[in-house]
Design a protein around this ligand. Structure first.
Ligand code: GDG
Length: 736
């Protein structure tokens, strides 16, 4: 039975070694809970690092650890101290983490770290290989494993892989500064589905893929040579019931059943009726904006002194990555700020900030969520921020106000909270005042809406949504594979070709017989191609037609000395062997003077675009433009010339990164059909990569074998991956 293999940097199990005894307890983090149903179902397995380095483990202990992990359906990737330093503290946390959170000045680019990062990702891939069985699905998590999907696919080409990024994906302008940007993107594209918390991150990713790797997109799918990869957003939820139930239990506790923290909190709240608590919880990380939050709180006390002695900030900063120097500096900064603010404002019975630098047990976390009137969560950047969601889930009676930074992924779906820009202290201070004074009715209205949504789209839904989309994506790819011209089909095709008495082959040129080049004039035919085409052409049973959108002049230069049949400009011109070029359609070019100036205007203001003037058509190419600008300008151009098109009986053909304006009705389908007149072909074959080739596929007789190059939508019977596969096919044809 097939299973799901979950892979993350850390395993969802905490290991402890005490006097050579190993104990393992499951972690309770959001990811572990969310994946529980996927993990435990049908023998799923979780692969990751167990938190111990090789140097700490004797072979006996190693065995013991593995045995314990197996019980929890986990398998460990073993890492040395150096690997942890360079892969985790190095590349993951000194390069990717700061860069992806827009802290460009903190990002270090160390080749040695990158090398080990790749090596560790390869180690993970090897571990997957040990556990993979045909039909299994793989789900990789997060920024430590960005290139893993590619390594797995190299080992297991047919595998289904999902990848989810838990942190933001930055804008192209930031991402492009990474020295290994191509390899990172290619690594991610090893997956079939790439999940992000928000549409913004997905959009940034797609933009980088387009700009850096030059792949085409069809909506949110990336068209690779042999597969399509889908990018989508799945905002991660929380285990709502767990938090709501814990809050309910907590609210019922009386007297000595309460925790020490709760007793302290209660003491503070009972000091006088008007006292409020403001909550702040994060890992101590520079992305979370803790110093700014403290400064904004200080500013609030200055601006609204009536709250002095009444409001207390309860700040929990959980220690994190303390081996990384930036985190040590941050710790000092926060300590000093808290000390200064408390020193400045404290009085006998009141300190403005209660600061905890440690991790709390879950129950104490709930104490804080249920007791604080306001949660002030102001990260400078945060992929999602689950604390925001947990706070709302714990508000049993719907009171409480959440102030949330716009820079968190959570802010996208939590519009009912008070959204702030964490850099705007004025706004933070005013919002805090507003929150502290908000009438209960308003608090409840806002939170009710939030709770409904969080309850519905909880972490299990998130996981199942992702898995379902992954299944759909891979099934879609499967569908395409079904139409792939595999060896069996190719053999059958060649058999029919061999048997046929009269055969005709239509070959598109660019993107089919020749790969695309940056400059169109560089895509000239190579001697090997001539050799094969000559062989096909010289066979007495075969007619060979090269059919292109290119201009007659270029094709005459390239192929004029051969005796092939040539159709150019989508069917405007025809040349049969050494005879002269003839017009297949009655065409004019007197409309050029109306359209050309408009195209020139667009070319001038769209860097990289160019106009190609053919005998009877004008083409506006935008292959070398910024992809989004090119696409947008092409829409704009189409709408600008719309009324002229109708008046001059023209039409616009949308090719691959080109708009072509020509007399209506002329297309490759119509001209290809003309080649069949009066002939009795018993084998008709057409192949092309472009949207304009679809006309051939549509108009040629039903028994035509039609083949699409690449994975774009098509009505053709079969797919081949790219020009390399076309060359192989041409070679096969040339042999019989
Ligand atoms: C990354 C992304 C994204 C915190 N303190 C204690 C404690 N916690 C728990 C919270 C919450 C989790 O840790 C923190 O999650 P966040 O989402 O707020 O932040 P990151 O750790 O930075 O997580 C983030 C997330 O991945 C998921 O994709 O949202 O943007 O950076 O669940 O409850 N738990 C306990 N004691 C503590 O002291 N027990």
């Amino acid at each position: 039975m097939s299973k799901t293999i979950i892979i993350s940097n850390r395993l969802p199990v905490q290991l402890e070694i005490d006097k050579n005894e190993v104990s393992a307890t499951p972690s309770v983090g959001g990811l572990a809970t969310g994946m529980k149903s996927v993990h435990l179902k049908s023998n799923g397995i979780w692969i990751g690092w167990n938190g111990l380095v090789d140097e700490e483990l004797t072979p006996e202990l190693q065995k013991e650890v593995n045995k314990k992990l197996k019980k929890h359906q986990c398998a460990a990737v073993n890492l040395t101290q150096e690997e942890v330093n360079k892969f985790y503290f190095g590349f993951s946390n000194k390069t990717i983490w700061p860069l992806f959170h827009y802290f460009m000045e903190y990002a270090e680019f160390e080749l040695a770290d990158w090398d080990i990062y790749k090596l560790v990702n390869q180690k993970f891939a090897q571990k997957v290989l040990e556990h993979y069985k045909k039909g299994d699905t793989i789900w990789i998590h997060d920024y430590q494993l960005l290139v893993l999907a590619k390594y797995i696919r190299e080992l297991l080409p047919e595998v289904n892989i999902g990848f989810f990024l838990h942190i933001p994906f930055p804008s192209y302008e930031v991402f492009r500064t990474l020295p290994w940007r191509e390899e990172i993107l290619e690594g991610m594209l090893g997956a079939d589905l790439l999940g992000f918390h928000t549409y913004e991150y997905e959009r940034h990713f797609l933009s980088s893929v387009q700009r850096i790797l030059g792949y085409s997109l069809e909506f949110n799918s990336i068209i690779l040579e042999d597969r399509t990869v889908k990018a989508d957003s799945f905002p991660m939820g929380i285990d709502y019931e767990k938090f709501a139930k814990a809050a309910n239990k907590n609210n019922k506790l009386k007297g000595s059943d309460k925790s020490d923290i709760q007793i302290e909190i209660d003491k503070h709240l009972s000091r006088d009726g008007n006292t409020s608590l403001v909550l702040s919880i994060d890992r101590l990380d520079y992305t979370k904006g803790i110093p700014s939050r403290l400064l904004a709180f200080e500013y609030f006390l200055e601006k609204y002194p009536q709250f002095k002695g009444k409001v207390r900030l309860v700040m929990l900063a959980v220690p994190s990555r303390s081996n990384v120097p930036q985190y040590q500096l941050l710790k000092n900064e926060v300590d000093q700020l808290v000390g200064r603010i408390n020193g400045k404002y404290s009085d006998v019975g009141w300190t403005p900030i209660w600061y905890f630098y440690r991790s709390f047990p879950f129950e104490n976390l709930i104490d804080l969520y249920t007791s604080c009137d306001v949660a002030l969560l102001t990260p400078l950047r945060d992929g999602m921020n689950l604390v925001a969601k947990e706070y709302i889930a714990c508000r049993e009676d719907q009171t409480g106000v959440l102030i949330l930074s716009e820079m968190t992924g959570a802010s996208q779906e939590m519009g009912e909270t008070l959204l702030i820009n964490p850099n705007n202290y004025e706004q933070v201070a005013d919002t805090l005042k507003y929150a502290l004074e908000m009438p209960e009715k308003e608090q409840k209205e806002r939170n009710l809406a939030l709770q409904k949504r969080l309850k519905r789209y909880n972490v299990e839904r998130w996981a199942s949504d992702f898995m379902e989309t992954l299944k759909e994506t891979t099934e879609n790819n499967e569908q395409k594979k079904i139409k792939r011209l595999n060896n069996n089909r190719k053999n059958e095709l060649i058999e029919n070709y061999k048997k046929a008495e009269k055969r005709i082959l239509f070959f598109d040129y660019d993107g089919t017989l020749a790969p695309f080049e940056k400059l169109p004039e560089n895509a000239f035919p190579k001697p090997e191609l001539f050799e094969l085409l000559d062989k096909i052409h010289n066979h007495p049973k075969t007619d060979l037609v090269l059919i292109t959108g290119r201009d007659k002049f270029t094709f005459n230069k390239w192929f004029g000395h051969k005796n092939y049949k040539l159709i150019t400009e989508h069917g405007a011109w025809f040349k049969d062997g050494q005879k002269d070029w003839i017009m297949l359609e009655a065409l004019t070019s007197n409309w050029f003077e109306v359209i050309a100036p408009i195209l020139e205007r667009f070319t001038d203001r769209t860097p990289g675009s160019l106009i190609e003037e053919k005998a009877f058509s004008l083409a506006w190419h935008f292959r070398n433009c910024d992809p989004e600008l090119g696409q947008r300008r092409s829409y704009e151009l189409k709408s600008t010339i719309q009324h002229l098109i109708a008046n001059h009986n023209l039409e616009v053909l949308e090719g691959d990164k080109v708009l072509e304006i020509k007399i209506s009705g002329v297309n490759k389908g119509r001209s290809a059909k003309k080649m069949l007149l009066g002939k009795n072909y018993d084998f008709i074959f057409a192949i092309g990569d472009d949207w304009t080739d679809e006309f051939m596929f549509k108009e040629l007789p039903k028994n035509t074998v039609t083949v699409k190059v690449g994975l774009k939508k098509t009505i053709a019977n079969y797919y081949v991956d790219g020009t390399k596969q076309v060359s192989e096919l041409v070679k096969d044809f040339s042999e019989f």
